[in-house]
Design a protein around this ligand. Structure first.
Ligand code: SF4
Length: 108
């Protein structure tokens, strides 16, 4: 409920991270829901644009909580690929990803 995950969003257009305003404009034409986000920064590690949801209230709460997308409802359950690539939740987030048992336990 801190709203951090609503402020540091990156998007893909196909298999490419959105890194330019032009890419974002094209993505908006394909998917109207992209209009719900505004560019608010650039990720220093890969140059991806970072977005903030326009439905995020100043107090960090969601203004459309009961109508938020499935993606928001499922957070922090993400695609396994995200975790395999060492994806992590944001610093200060109440959620973390980690292993629930040792590798050898899976082999039994
Ligand atoms: S719809 Fe609500 S929960 Fe989803 S990103 Fe926007 S502010 Fe966050």
């Amino acid at each position: 409920m801190c709203g951090k995950c609503c402020r540091s969003i990156v998007f893909y257009d196909g298999d490419k991270l959105i890194k330019t305003k032009e890419q974002f404009e094209r993505a908006k034409l394909k998917n109207k829901r992209m209009n719900m986000f505004e560019i608010t920064g650039v990720d220093e590690t890969d140059g991806a644009l970072t977005f903030t949801c326009k439905s995020l209230a100043p107090d960090g709460k969601c203004k459309v909580y009961f109508f938020r997308s499935l993606y928001c409802r499922e957070y922090p359950f993400v695609k396994p690929d995200f975790i395999r690539k060492n994806g992590q939740t944001l610093e200060g987030c109440g959620y973390t990803y980690g292993v629930n048992k040792e590798f050898k336990e899976y082999l039994k």
